[in-house]
Design a protein around this ligand. Structure first.
Ligand code: ADP
Length: 272
């Protein structure tokens, strides 16, 4: 019911607000390092009990008829797990990160993320368009990090775009030119609610959620874009947002292109 859904949303928001307050407090006390460690430890310790609660709710759902309190509990537990997973991803993006020796295929990751989110966009009758180059786009980013960047940006675009809107995910390889090295440029463009001008500078900060009532209707932890920013910066890239409130947003990620080893051409033309 609406009341149960509202309760689940409120719970998630309260949890997010409490963590935000705690983070601001810790910052003020200049407990740098300690704050990150505390968050990572708490998230880690909460993950197992939350998984146990979700498992038990599954068992209950099979024993008794679905009831609103059971449904509300499941939604609340799922929100908690999402928050804990985001916190762990954030601390991972912050922690020491080995540069992978094998490049990941950015083009493949883009196509996979879009395919995974197709049903979510379809449920909102949105047009979801993906465009990737036919040649591989290798980047030296751990594949898990790449997937999280894409997942957060594309699911935000769908989430913050009303039914019937359009989301375009476009990947381009920009060759080196004079002193500029070769880059992979990802654009996630939506025709959604946009971001109010005063808030644009803050959206990549952890725990920041918009005060815009249109954005507040959606649930979230305020961690997705912080994970995106840290992961991209770790890999030597940049992330940037252009947005007009009420019209839409464009998130642009630029990553250094990994060199492709020169592969000898097959003797009888391209395969396939
Ligand atoms: P969450 O979505 O969990 O709140 P994020 O860190 O992913 O957290 O995003 C932070 C805030 O930035 C969101 O609360 C929302 O206000 C705004 N935002 C992010 N992506 C978009 C988008 N595509 N369109 C409009 N607003 C967005």
């Amino acid at each position: 019911s609406d009341i149960e859904e509202q309760a689940a949303r409120d719970l998630g928001r309260d949890l997010g607000d409490a963590l935000h307050t705690a983070a601001v407090f810790a910052e003020k006390r200049a407990m740098v390092g300690y704050k990150e460690q505390l968050i990572a430890t708490v998230a880690h310790e909460l993950r197992n009990p939350i998984t146990a609660v979700l498992g038990n709710l599954d068992v209950l759902a099979e024993l008794i008829a679905p009831t609103p309190p059971l449904e509300a509990s499941r939604r609340a537990a799922e929100r908690m797990r999402a928050l804990v997973d985001d916190l762990l991803a954030l601390s991972e993006a912050d922690g020491p990160q080995a540069v992978p020796t094998e490049p990941a295929a950015f083009d493949e990751a883009v196509v996979e993320t879009v395919d995974l989110l197709r049903t979510v966009a379809a449920a909102k009758e949105q047009t979801l368009v993906v465009a990737v180059p036919s040649d591989p786009v290798p980047v030296l980013v751990p594949r898990g990090g790449l997937d999280r960047v894409l997942g957060n940006l594309v699911s935000n675009a769908i989430k913050y775009t009303p039914a019937g809107g359009t989301v375009v995910v476009d990947l381009e390889a920009v060759p080196a030119a004079s002193e500029n090295p070769a880059t992979a440029v990802l654009r996630v463009v939506d025709t959604g609610i946009g971001i109010v001008e005063e808030e644009i500078g803050r959206v990549f900060n952890a725990f920041v959620r918009s005060d815009d009532p249109l954005a507040r209707r959606e649930s979230g932890t305020g961690l997705g874009l912080a994970i995106v920013a840290r992961t991209v910066q770790r890999a030597g890239g940049t992330v940037h947002v252009d947005s007009v409130h009420g019209e839409g947003s464009t998130f642009t990620v630029t990553l250094p292109l990994a060199p492709t080893p020169a592969t000898p051409a097959p003797p009888d033309g391209p395969a396939g």
